[in-house]
Design a protein around this ligand. Structure first.
Ligand SMILES: *[C@@H]1O[C@H](CO)[C@@H](O)[C@H](O)[C@H]1NC(C)=O
Ligand SMILES: *[C@@H]1O[C@H](CO)[C@@H](O)[C@H](O)[C@H]1NC(C)=O
Ligand SMILES: *[C@@H]1O[C@H](CO)[C@@H](O)[C@H](O)[C@H]1NC(C)=O
Length: 336
């Protein structure tokens, strides 16, 4: 009894001595990360990235133990809370040398600039690529459409100019596309009506300078979430609607849409219908009162007329959602 209880620590010591070192980081991943650190000129953000430590524990880096501790997440959100100023320079080519990356986030780093490295197309498992609030400029590179694993592409609040690349509709797994807050021009690509994935991705194109009519192919697709607000889009939007469509959330506000609302049937499960600040005419259809899931509804600042059909839905929304129309009234003697 006494002898074995003395042996135990010795045994544990032997096991520890002969087990592999605590280093879990893959050596080629570590080399790629050092190249990334060097490309950003060894910023303070990466002060934990030192040769004598396991790269899986470095700030912003995560490894997946089920695939031999390969690096699968790089996440750098600069929340401005400390003294760090964020990263600056273009994204390094060496990102393409981390073959098991599934998630890349560089958020709120105004010092990050174009170009995006084409080496990103080598990342066969990349599912989420997010560069929110950086300073990427020029055209959105069409080569992003070659990263077929992408489920989320977020390039919002950058300085991109030019057209939306129609090639992005070739992304077969995309669940959400965020391009809002850039300076994109031209029309919505008609290829966006033929995303192979069903339903097509949630589409967030607000706060750009997009213009022209909604392409017929685009309107015909079975969208679930579309935000086209704060652009210069014009013409009709009738094709997006229809009682049997899957559409749940639509924001067309602050554009130049000009169409008659009266004949439209809305998809019955809609939660958001935001149409304010356009040139929409006609009257509000009676069917609106069947949309019991509606939580946001705004038709202010249009050219609507007639009596708002009273009912459980229209009663939920206060006057700020109806004001600024041509001759819209709650009742015969109560017009806005
Ligand atoms: C901001 O970053 C600091 C340091 O990384 C962290 O402790 C803090 O929780 C972050 N705050 C928010 C709001 O994310
Ligand atoms: C609306 O939602 C209900 C309940 O979730 C569902 O059964 C129905 O199929 C939906 N209708 C449409 C047109 O998507
Ligand atoms: C609806 O739109 C109008 C006009 O832009 C705006 O003033 C109002 O605040 C909006 N209502 C709500 C509830 O957001």
């Amino acid at each position: 009894m006494a002898a074995s209880s003395h042996l135990l620590p010795v045994l544990i010591g032997l096991v520890l001595a002969f087990s592999p070192p605590v280093e879990a980081c893959d050596s080629s991943d570590k080399a790629a990360l050092f190249n990334i650190k060097a490309a950003f000129s060894n910023p303070a953000e990466f002060s934990s990235w030192t040769d004598d430590t396991n790269c899986c524990s470095w700030k912003g880096v995560s490894c997946n133990k089920f695939i031999g501790d390969r690096v699968h997440i790089l996440s750098f959100y600069n929340n401005n809370s400390g003294t760090l100023e964020g990263l600056s320079g273009p994204l390094p080519d060496a990102l393409g040398d981390l073959p098991f990356l599934t998630f890349i986030l560089f958020g709120n780093h105004p010092g990050i600039v174009s170009p995006l490295p084409p080496s990103l197309t080598r990342l066969r498992y990349l599912s989420s690529f997010s560069l929110r609030q950086t300073s990427l400029s020029g055209s959105i590179p069409p080569f992003l459409s070659q990263i077929h694993s992408l489920k989320l592409l977020d390039l919002s609040f950058n300085k991109f100019t030019g057209f939306i690349p129609p090639e992005l509709s070739a992304l077969p797994n995309l669940n959400a596309l965020y391009l809002e807050g850039n300076q994109l021009v031209g029309s919505i690509p008609s290829s966006f009506g033929s995303f192979t994935k069903s339903p097509p991705p949630g589409l967030f194109l607000s706060q750009n300078m997009l213009s022209g009519d909604i392409p017929a192919e685009f309107g015909a697709a079975d969208w679930v979430t579309v935000d086209l607000s704060h652009n210069e889009l014009s013409g009709g939007a009738n094709a997006l609607f229809g009682a049997n469509k899957a559409l749940l959330s639509l924001d067309l506000s602050f554009n130049r849409f000009e169409f008659d609302l009266s004949p439209i049937s809305f998809p019955i499960n809609m939660t958001n219908l935001i149409l304010n600040d356009n040139k929409i005419m006609g009257s509000i259809p009676v069917q609106i009162n069947r949309l019991i899931s509606l939580v946001k509804f705004n038709v202010s600042n249009n050219r609507l007329c007639g009596i708002i059909p009273a009912g459980p839905v229209t009663d939920k929304f206060d006057d700020t959602n109806f004001i600024g129309n041509k001759c819209l009234c709650r009742s015969q003697d109560s017009c806005f």
